[in-house]
Ligand binder design. Structure first.
Ligand SMILES: [Zn+2]
Length: 260
């Protein structure tokens, strides 16, 4: 059975506390392409969670100290690597254009190259991603079956549109609709601190703009909008965080590519 020779990971998530009341978590045993950043933001009255990973192990159980108060989970978009753990959070929110996929996951998903399908794998490899036959190098628990992986349905409890404000009591984030990577991709922007959670609209790695549901036409105004933000730090859906100069370089380069 594929993956059955893999060891069991002693801990599934790793985490680090960052400046600004932000905690970063991810799933280190997942291949880079499907390993999303998970962000937790502490607020006075409630906390914010941005994306949830693949859902292979309980995020709540792994970080009980973070989830001991009310939390709003925002899904930046409905790709499987971001929403697998969403079902664990009752107050989960997303853009209307991602709502159907969240409620009834039917898009690409899988823990093996075979499950992703050869067309997608070719596309991802062409974009510069290494796609191993098995996307895990360890199992979340004994007896875990890679072939049995499904994204649990997690219908949104509320919908988020451009301009909506998420108020945590002492800080607030504005919802930015940033389509292009997916139709309902959103970012969260805290103008007071310059913190931007960008999801997969912009990260410091090969952007994916020709997936099912992607649109270069929509991506252009998204990147133009991001160029104008006075960010202090971008906490993205993948890869390390970066600052304004890097944002400008990435957005400018992709705009040139898209306009060519
Ligand atoms: Zn994505």
């Amino acid at each position: 059975m594929i993956g059955s020779s893999l060891p069991v990971a002693p801990a599934w998530f790793r985490r680090e506390s960052l400046a600004g009341g932000v905690t970063w978590l991810d799933e280190p045993h997942v291949a880079a392409f499907a390993r999303c950043n998970i962000w937790h933001v502490r607020g006075r009255d409630r906390d914010l969670l941005v994306d949830t990973g693949l859902g292979l192990a309980s995020l709540q159980a792994a970080a009980t100290d973070l989830f001991d108060r009310p939390v709003t989970a925002v899904l930046t978009h409905a790709h499987f690597d971001h929403v697998g753990g969403a079902h664990e959070f009752a107050d989960r929110r997303a853009h209307p254009a991602e709502a159907t996929e969240l409620a009834e996951p039917q898009g690409f998903a899988g823990l093996t190259a075979a499950d992703l399908g050869s067309d997608l794998v070719l596309q991802l490899r062409a974009a510069g991603y290494e796609i191993p036959d098995t996307l895990l190098d360890a199992l979340p628990h004994e007896g875990f079956s890679l072939a049995g992986y499904r994204v649990p349905p997690a219908p949104a409890a509320a919908l988020l549109r451009d301009g909506d404000i998420l108020d945590l009591g002492d800080r607030s984030f504005e919802v930015l609709h940033l389509p292009g990577h997916s139709p309902g991709s959103i970012g969260l922007w805290e103008s007071r601190t310059g913190i931007l959670f960008s999801g997969d609209a912009l990260y410091d790695g090969p952007l994916l703009y020709d997936l099912p549901g992607s649109s270069i036409e929509q991506y252009v105004p998204t990147l133009e909008r991001l160029l104008d933000l006075s960010v202090s730090v971008v906490h993205a859906g993948h890869d390390p965080s970066f600052g304004r100069d890097r944002l400008r370089k990435l957005a400018t380069d992709y705009l040139a590519l898209f306009r060519a």
